[in-house]
Write a protein that binds this ligand. Sequence first.
Ligand SMILES: [Fe+2]
Length: 266
Amino acid sequence: MKILFLADIISKPGREAVKKALPGLKKKFSPHIVIANGENLAGGTGFTAETIEEMRKAGIDFFTTGNHTWKHKNDIDRLNDKNFPVIRPANYPEGVGVPGRGFQVVETNMMQKILVINLLGRIFMGNHVDCPFRAFDRILKETSHERIDAVFVDFHAEATSEKVAFGHYIDGRAAVFVGTHTHVPTRDEKILPNGTAFISDVGMCGPIDSVIGVKKELIINHFITQLPYKIDIADGDSQINAVFIETNDSTKKAKSIEFVCDIIKL
Ligand SMILES: [Fe+2]
């Protein structure tokens, strides 16, 4: 299976850059499925149904999210619609009415089945979700009766130690681990000993001259003054950070992982 994964798409500059870059990336890699992290699509935090549709038209098939999933209150009920191609992290507490689902078996354009799982880390994240390690085990058990050709995990987390530990924990049981959330690519892509393609953080699709997507002056001032700030996304040329992974449908393990970086003039 050929999988293209685009890192966190940051607001309008990220969306515009994806629209420009994706046709070329599809031509180069011929992916069977394109997945992206969509938690920053609308104004830098959260998604709207409109921005998801815009990115679907641009060529993205399926979306994971993260800690910012819940920003646009009018749109989050769409997560309950099984045809809405967006999942939220799976390790929110069970049985308390959190909308949506944390994993889904998705069919590729070659009819392969990929189990996409979204999880939140717990270190330096400011939320108190359930254990992602045990959530992963539970999901594999719940889906064990299904034919699945590859398991794909977007682990949305801050700490590289937690990401590296999780990667080793699922090594051989998932074909792909991609880390998201920090917006800074770690470039440590590799195949782990038991066959899981791994990268601690893929980075972002968003404005280069910024602090992880936001106008740099705002963030510098925030660190100096300690005062709160309102997110204002930077302008200008954007980077596209992505990974292209090839997996073996029989062994359900990864064959290769390639980091992709493009600069898009806006
Ligand atoms: Fe995030």
